[in-house]
Every structure is written in structure tokens, then in C-alpha cells.
Design a protein around this ligand. Structure first.
Ligand code: ZN
Length: 368
């Protein structure tokens, strides 16, 4: 039976407990002892990522509420690099990768009868939580920094969420959401609720299945809270344990130089990620000054023999322009990995997969 384990103090909690953090020490939780991955059990008639339902915690419903999340395309655009593949996570119900995790979170909350929740977000997670909350008939309280892009703000509003724009840097929005949670509203933070990361694992399962088992040598992605990176690492580990792959791709974590706590901790060989000063970057989707699961992020990068790299605002803008001229319209955050791989000496014989996490329509002018 699956259980929730605190990654700080090791306390365990059964699947029937709805928690966003460890009630004993406040540490982040992780689902463990999930059902073994088995290709024969994939439910190919289920929509999107629900084909992997047999590998989720047993508390999730057999008949999920879904907007069609997951099973995003993987494409090769020769003009953008012979050995580069792109997974179009922006082809998701709310146009970002967040839907993978949020779909599981909302189904879990629905199962437990939650009718109201709070979350803080720079935009994409907020839009996703607002959409899935609306579908499930829940009231979503979303706290976003006042500087969040208009496209994301309007999207959150359209789904009928109670939106609060919080002045000041990104951490202020977190403080506001936590204050509301202290009044008794469930804090459905995508960074904290552990089933969110199980949802992100499906990106790894899809890479294996869609590429017919021909795994990429490296996977590059933007890292803010690092839920996609952690999810993919755990997903690849489960494929390895099931002996369907023989190695984990190198994970390349990419951040904006202006807010790069993970890159700085990686370069200094630290075990955890200390906070950095908040700053404004056009890559608003990853402007996190201290990720909740910093230690686990560093472990995943190192155990996969990967790396962490920071790119400048100019490099991000240039990468966004190049991708668009290849037909891929993404937001600045999502363009950062393309900028990063041109700086890494990746041999021409190796294949790199880039996760394009959010649509360009979220921030059509790129943030100028
Ligand atoms: Zn604990």
C-alpha cells in the first residue's frame, strides 16, 4: 500500500490522510511504495495521463475528473537542432505542464470532499488550479504577485477563481496564501501537496512510451519549485526499477541568472538550497527564491549525472525568438533550456529532450 513519508523527519502517514506537509515537523511529504510500473497494466483506453492510473496512489478515483491532461506531443524540428527533441507541455488544457500534477491534486481533494482551497502562484499553477477547481465545483483562492503576466491573470479570472494580487516580490504571495490557510482553508500548494509530483512522473512514462523505449541522453527543463524535475526523476527511477529502461537520462536544471538558487547551490556542492534575494526576471514562471524541495532537487540532478545552469535575460529572449522562428511559441521561462543547451558541450551523437512547459500566449510580448 502506498504511503506518505516526510522527507525531513521520516514520519509516515497513510493514504487516507489529506496532508500538504508533515504535521509533525512541517517538512515536505513524498509518496512512497507506489504500485510497481508494469507496461502490461497501462490503460490505453483512458484519456491522457490516466492511462497510468494503476501506478498512482490507491486513493485516486477509478473514474477521474479530467480535462484531457497529459499525453503531450514530442516533436523534432530539424531547423532547431538535429539532436534536439521537444515535448510540448504547453499543449495542455490550461497551456502549461502544471495540469499534470494539478489533475491529481484536484481529484484527491474531490475524493476528500474539499470545497475550498488556497494556492499561491506566479500564474501557471494558479490558472491550472482555477480551471480544475472550477470543473470540480470548488472555490479557488489564488494569490499571485501583482507583476504576474496579464495573460495568466486573465486566465485565472476567467475560471472564476477568487484572485488576490499581492504587491512586492514573489514570496509575498506565498505569505498571503499561508495566512488564509491558517484560517482553515486547505493549502493546496502545488509545491507542497505530494500527489502533484506523482502527476509529474507521468511525463517520464510518456517519454519512454512515445519514443518507443529510445530514451534521450539528457532532459533539460526550467526549474522553479522543481516539481517537474523531481517528478521526471522519480518516474525514470520507477521505469528503471521495473527494468523497462537501463539508465536515467541526465537531468539539466535551468534557471534565470537573476533568480538561480538551485544553480548556485549546485555549483557550491551544497546539500540544500539556501534562499537568494528576490529579483525581477522575464522568466517569471521560475522566479522562486528558495524551492520547498531543494535537497531532493540537488540529489536528483547529481544522481542522474546531470547539471544546473543559469542563463541571462538576453539569452532567454534570444532563445524564445529562435524557437518561435521554428514554429514553437513559448513563454520566456520555457525558452531558457534551449538557451542553456547551446552552452553545454553535448556531443552530436547524443539526443536531448527539452520540456517546453508553458505557452507563448501566456505572455505574448515576452515580458518587455
Ligand atoms: Zn516530518
Amino acid at each position: 500500500m502506498s504511503e506518505q513519508v516526510c522527507t525531513h523527519c521520516g514520519s509516515t502517514f497513510g493514504p487516507e490522510e489529506l496532508l500538504f506537509q508533515c504535521p509533525k515537523c512541517g517538512g515536505p511529504l513524498e509518496w512512497r511504495d507506489l504500485p510497481r510500473f508494469d507496461p502490461k497494466l497501462i490503460q490505453k483506453n483512458m484519456p491522457g495521463l490516466w492511462r497510468y492510473r494503476p501506478f498512482f496512489p490507491e486513493v485516486l478515483p477509478e473514474r477521474p475528473l479530467t480535462l484531457g491532461e497529459g499525453w503531450t506531443p514530442i516533436v523534432h524540428v530539424p531547423k532547431l537542432g538535429d539532436n534536439v527533441l521537444f515535448k510540448l507541455e504547453y499543449v495542455s488544457p490550461t497551456a502549461s505542464f502544471k495540469d499534470r500534477g494539478v489533475a491529481l491534486v484536484i481529484n484527491q481533494l474531490h475524493r476528500f470532499g474539499v470545497s475550498e482551497f488556497a494556492d499561491d502562484s506566479s500564474g501557471n499553477a494558479g490558472a491550472s488550479m482555477a480551471a480544475y477547481g472550477a470543473m470540480a465545483g470548488m472555490t479557488a483562492h489564488i494569490f499571485s504577485p501583482a507583476y504576474a503576466p496579464k495573460g495568466k491573470i486573465e486566465q485565472i479570472r476567467a475560471f472564476g477563481a477568487e484572485l488576490t494580487l499581492v504587491p512586492g516580490p514573489r514570496p509575498e504571495a506565498t505569505k498571503a496564501a499561508v495566512a488564509m490557510a491558517e484560517k482553515g482553508v486547505f493549502y493546496a500548494s502545488h509545491a507542497w501537496v505530494p500527489v502533484n509530483i506523482v502527476g509529474q512522473q507521468t511525463a517520464a512514462f510518456e517519454v519512454w512510451e512515445q519514443l518507443g523505449g529510445e530514451m534521450p541522453d539528457a532532459v533539460a527543463m526550467p526549474v522553479g519549485q522543481g516539481t517537474l524535475l523531481l517528478g521526471m526523476y522519480q518516474g525514470f527511477k520507477r521505469l528503471l526499477e521495473a527494468k523497462v529502461i537501463d539508465r536515467i537520462p541526465r537531468l539539466i536544471a535551468v534557471q534565470a541568472k537573476k533568480v538561480s538558487p538551485v544553480v548556485q547551490a549546485f555549483e557550491k556542492s551544497l546539500d540544500d538550497v539556501p534562499a537568494v534575494e528576490p529579483d525581477y526576471t522575464i522568466a517569471d514562471g521560475m522566479a522562486i527564491t528558495r524551492p520547498v524541495r531543494g535537497k531532493a532537487i540537488l540529489e536528483a540532478i547529481r544522481e542522474s549525472s546531470g547539471t544546473a545552469i543559469a542563463v541571462t535575460e538576453e539569452e532567454i529572449e534570444e532563445a524564445r525568438r529562435k524557437l518561435a522562428l521554428g514554429g514553437l511559441f513559448v513563454e520566456p521561462t520555457s525558452a531558457a533550456p534551449y538557451a542553456a543547451i547551446s552552452r553545454l558541450d553535448i556531443p552530436a551523437t547524443e539526443k536531448v529532450l527539452i520540456m517546453l512547459t508553458g505557452s507563448g500566449l501566456k505572455k505574448p510580448d515576452g515580458g518587455k
